[in-house]
Design a protein around this ligand. Structure first.
Ligand code: IPD
Ligand code: CA
Ligand code: CA
Length: 265
């Protein structure tokens, strides 16, 4: 089957899910938490996930689906055959606090390699999509990573902090003081998928986070690669869709400098 069929279905479902997020934003919804009180989930996350999972099952009954809210993750499933990675609402904390920076993220991987990725921002109605070996598009137009910034000192970077406090220790690997001395500035916008889309279109020069789950970054990692950027883990190894992965994604030009800055004790 053509990659474009997968991308087309993912775009349609991401937009439908995104319209639910838009419609419910700022209204009332039930919410609770998962691993700890800061790891939020709402009825909207679940409603959007149901819609996307039903749509994928109807179109591709033979494919596996790993989605954030259904409660299980399998590395085996992630690595074999066709597997969809679905984050129905990336940026739940922003959504709950009324900050309009969230996204829907849908990716299809084949034998662990992402072949289609879609990230949809329902507030700006920006749809970022990519197919392996193709281009990255925003609302149908080709986009590229930032080619203007060639050094870390010129780069506007972005990162994120884990919702699950159990992983806060991993933040200590990074010397934030050193990093802030050596980049233009640093953001934490609260949706890893959309932050990667922003690297893909050159609004930001580089992103890293540790740890994340595959559904957070599967789509965004392809957006960055096919837009001319570079994606590795934060130690510079090949990027894999593993549980609690780390990721560094840049315009390519500042990648080694970012990795070196992240490594500094
Ligand atoms: C979160 C967002 C956030 C990142 C967290 C993720 P969620 O996903 O991507 O930017 O910093 O680590 O858990 O919970 O909103 O889907
Ligand atoms: Ca997420
Ligand atoms: Ca989510």
């Amino acid at each position: 089957m053509e990659y474009s069929v997968y991308a087309g279905t993912a775009v349609t479902l991401a937009k439908q899910g995104g319209e639910i997020i838009r419609a419910r934003f700022g209204g009332s919804f039930t919410s609770g938490y998962k691993s700890c009180p800061s790891d939020l989930v709402t009825e909207v996350d679940r409603k959007v996930e149901d819609l996307i999972v039903k749509g994928l099952r109807a179109n591709f009954p033979e494919h596996a689906i790993l989605s954030e809210e259904n409660g299980h993750y399998s590395e085996e499933i992630s690595r074999e055959g066709y597997t969809w990675h679905v984050d129905p609402l990336d940026g739940t904390t922003n959504f709950v606090y009324g900050i309009p920076f969230c996204s829907v993220s849908i990716a299809l991987a084949y034998n662990g390699h992402v072949i289609t990725g879609v990230v949809y921002d329902p507030f700006r109605r920006e749809c970022f999509s990519s197919t392996r070996g193709g281009r990255t598009l925003m609302n149908g137009r080709p986009i590229r990573v930032d080619r203007a910034r060639k050094t870390l000192g010129e780069s506007l970077l972005v990162t994120g902090y884990p919702s699950n406090k159990a992983y806060n220790q991993r933040l200590l690997r990074v010397n934030y003081h050193h990093l802030l001395e050596h980049c233009a500035n640093l953001r934490a916008l609260g949706s890893a998928a959309l932050e990667l889309a922003y690297v893909a279109c050159g609004r930001l020069t580089g992103f890293w986070e540790d740890p994340l789950m595959p559904w957070d970054v599967a789509a965004g990692s392809l957006l960055v690669k096919e837009a001319g950027g570079r994606v590795t883990d934060i130690d510079g190894n090949n990027f894999h869709l593993d549980r609690n992965l780390s990721i560094a994604a840049t315009n390519g030009l500042v990648h080694d400098e970012l990795l070196a800055a992240l490594r500094l004790e």
